[in-house]
Design a protein around this ligand. Structure first.
Ligand code: BV8
Length: 233
C-alpha cells in the first residue's frame, strides 16, 4: 500500500453496536421504536417536546451502562501512533470514542453530553436529564434542547470535513449504513479527490459499490486488524 499520509475516518452506529448501543436500522433498533419524524426533527420537538426530551434523556442515561469496545480502542491507538494526519468524524452522539481514548473526535451530528440553549445558543456540557427544563448555565432561560443535529438541520463543521476529504489519501467508513446525507456522500468526495476508500462494516452498506475495498464483519475484529496493518504491525 502506498505511503498513507492523511486519513479521514467516518464512523456510525455500527462501531458502538458491540458496546450495547442500539443502531438505528437493525431490527429493534432506535428507529423501530420511534418514528424519525417524531423524535429526530425540529418539527417533532416543537410538536411534542417532552417525548423528544425523554428520548434523548434515556439515551444519555444509557451511556452509563456501556463501555467502549476494541474498535474504539484501536482508533485511539491509531491517533496515538500514526505519524500522518488523522481526522476522526463520527455520526454517533455517544461518548465511546472519547472513553476509548480518542482525544480529537468531530461529532458532526452533535452529542448526547451537550445541551444547546435555544435562547442564547450557548452549548454546555450536559450529563443529566433535560425533561425538567433546567436553566441554561449561560442565560438561565429554561430553554435547553439536546445538542444533536436533527433531520433538516445542518451537520456541524462541514467545511472542515470537506477540506479534509479533499486532502486525504485514505477514507475509511466504519459501521454506517450510508443511508443519511451528507455523511453518506463523503465517499464520493474522497473518490473524486483520488483517495483510496475502504469500508469496514457488518454487511455491505448502501454505498459499498463506491469503495475500492469493502470488508465485512464485526468492527471489534475488523478495526483492530486494519489499524495493525496501517501501523505496520
Ligand atoms: C441536512 C443524530 C441539509 C440524532 C442523525 C428527503 C427529505 C428530507 C430530508 C432529506 C431527504 N433526502 C435527503 C435528506 C437529507 C437528510 C437525509 O439524508 N435523510 C435520509 C433519511 C434520506 N439528511 C439531513 O437532514 C441532514 N441534514 O441534510 O441538512 C441542510 C442544508 C442547508 C441548510 C440546512 C440543512 C442531517 C441528518 C442528521 C440526522 N441526525 N443523528 C440522533 O442520533 O438521534 S442521523 C443518524 O442516522 C446517525 O447520526 C447517522 O447519521 C444516521 C445513519 O445511522 P448509522 O450510523 O449509519 O446507523 P445505521 O443503524 O443506519 O447503520 C448501522 C450500520 O452498522 C449498518 O450498516 C450495520 O450493518 C452496521 N453494523 C451493525 N453492527 C455492526 C456493524 N458494523 C460493524 N460491526 C458491528 N458490530
Amino acid at each position: 500500500m502506498a505511503e498513507i499520509k492523511r486519513i479521514v475516518i467516518l464512523t456510525g452506529a455500527g462501531i458502538s453496536a458491540e458496546s450495547g448501543i442500539d443502531t438505528f436500522r437493525s431490527a429493534g433498533g432506535l428507529w423501530e421504536q420511534h418514528r424519525v419524524e417524531d423524535v429526530a426533527t425540529p418539527e417533532g420537538f416543537a410538536r411534542n417536546p417532552d417525548l423528544v426530551l425523554n428520548f434523548y434523556d434515556m439515551r444519555r442515561a444509557a451511556l452509563a451502562n456501556v463501555v467502549p469496545n476494541p474498535a474504539h480502542m484501536a482508533l485511539a491507538r491509531l491517533e496515538r501512533e500514526f505519524s500522518g494526519e488523522l481526522l476522526l468524524v463520527t455520526q454517533n452522539v455517544d461518548d465511546l470514542h472519547e472513553r476509548g481514548g480518542s482525544a480529537r473526535v468531530l461529532h458532526m451530528h452533535g452529542e448526547l453530553k451537550s445541551a444547546l440553549c435555544t435562547s442564547c445558543e450557548t452549548r454546555s456540557p450536559w450529563f443529566g436529564p433535560l425533561i425538567d427544563r433546567p436553566p441554561c448555565p449561560a442565560c438561565r432561560a429554561p430553554t435547553l434542547r439536546p445538542d444533536v443535529v436533527w433531520f433538516g438541520e445542518m451537520p456541524y463543521q462541514m467545511g472542515r470535513i470537506y477540506q479534509a476529504l479533499e486532502a486525504c489519501d485514505l477514507f475509511v467508513s466504519i459501521g454506517t449504513s450510508g443511508a443519511v446525507y451528507p455523511a453518506a456522500g463523503f465517499v464520493q468526495e474522497a473518490r473524486a479527490n483520488g483517495a483510496r476508500c475502504l469500508e469496514l462494516n457488518l454487511e455491505p452498506s448502501e454505498g459499498s459499490h463506491l469503495f475500492d475495498e469493502s470488508r465485512h464483519g464485526p468492527a471489534s475484529v475488523l478495526v483492530p486488524q486494519w489499524v495493525e496493518e496501517v501501523l505496520g504491525g
